[in-house]
Ligand binder design. Structure first.
Ligand code: ATP
Ligand code: MG
Length: 277
């Protein structure tokens, strides 16, 4: 069960998860995160799309029993979007906390997803929160918030297949402990697909083979290879009765590329794994 708080801005989500989210650790990330949290060191999560970053932070928030405030960052995100602004309500000017200020006040975990997207002057705002000061200055109110001990800041960005991404300045990066997540190994990925979709072992084995084929394509063939998320989607369609080739075409080939020749190549890989249409 999740309790949703009122959503102040469309890119913000706040929830307190009472049920354990399903998360399969792929390395030491749980211990690392817990240590960072206990020492109040912010965490930088990085990894390819669909590798489990969001699921991991949901799991950690549950484990640490903290509410989670997620901000889906974008290139127009401003400091006011994070900190808050005055609005007019019934002819009165009232202050509304932005998600970051709200998270500091309630001692939540604040997750800035795709932190590399906003302009650098927006990310500068987190500097005083992510060093020894642990303060957030709300200039428009002349207020300085001191983060309580249970407040934690986690940021993430997505690596593409070449491992590149927009740049975060060094003075920002060096405030964090970095945890890199990647696609799970074969055994774990099978377990995740099984748990998430209920598909048969045979289907799952075929999807894993297909994923490996797309992940072994020469570098730069695809912008990104088939993620765990895409495999889960395909497995769900197949488990529901859809023909495997059609399911993989829709959940994987069509999603990975708009380029017809490349899509045909993916469809050939799909057909080589799923012999029956
Ligand atoms: N380690 C894992 N444990 C459980 N489920 C996982 C794991 N890794 C991936 N998944 C599955 O993959 C899906 C996508 O994961 P998630 O949304 O966390 O990816 P992400 O890394 O946040 O991707 P993006 O960068 O695109 O936001 C999940 O919904 C879940 O089904
Ligand atoms: Mg995510």
């Amino acid at each position: 069960m999740t309790i949703e708080f009122p959503i102040a801005a469309t890119q913000t989500e706040r929830l307190l998860n009472l049920n354990r989210p399903y998360y399969e650790p792929t390395g030491q990330e749980i211990d690392l995160y817990q240590a960072a949290y206990e020492h109040q060191i912010p965490v930088l999560l990085k990894g390819p799309t669909g590798c489990g970053k969001t699921r991991f932070i949901h799991f950690m928030a549950w484990k640490l029993k903290r509410p989670l405030v997620t901000v889906n960052c974008h290139d127009h995100l401003t400091a006011s979007d994070l900190v808050g602004r005055h609005i007019t309500q019934h002819d009165q000017t009232v202050w509304i906390d932005g998600p970051l200020a709200h998270a500091v006040r309630i001692g939540a975990i604040c997750y800035l997803d795709e932190v590399v997207e906003p302009r650098k002057d927006t990310t500068l705002l987190i500097h005083s929160l992510t060093d020894d000061r642990r303060t957030l200055s709300i200039e428009k109110r002349g207020e300085v918030l001191h983060a309580p001990i249970d407040f934690h800041l986690t940021v993430s960005y997505t690596l593409d297949d070449q491992g590149s991404h927009k740049v975060l300045r060094q003075s920002t990066r060096q405030r964090f402990i970095a945890i890199e997540l990647d696609y799970p190994n074969e055994h774990l990925e099978s377990k995740i697909i099984k748990k998430e979709s209920g598909a048969s072992d045979k289907t799952i084995a075929q999807l894993i083979t297909l994923a490996q084929l797309t992940r072994q394509l020469p570098p730069q063939t695809l912008e990104a290879s088939a993620s765990t998320r895409l495999l889960v989607h395909a497995a769900k369609l197949i488990h529901r009765g859809m023909a495997p080739r059609q399911a993989c075409h829709s959940a994987i080939a069509q999603v990975l590329t708009d380029e017809a020749s490349l899509r045909n190549r993916l469809d050939e890989l799909i057909a080589s794994v799923f012999k029956n249409p």
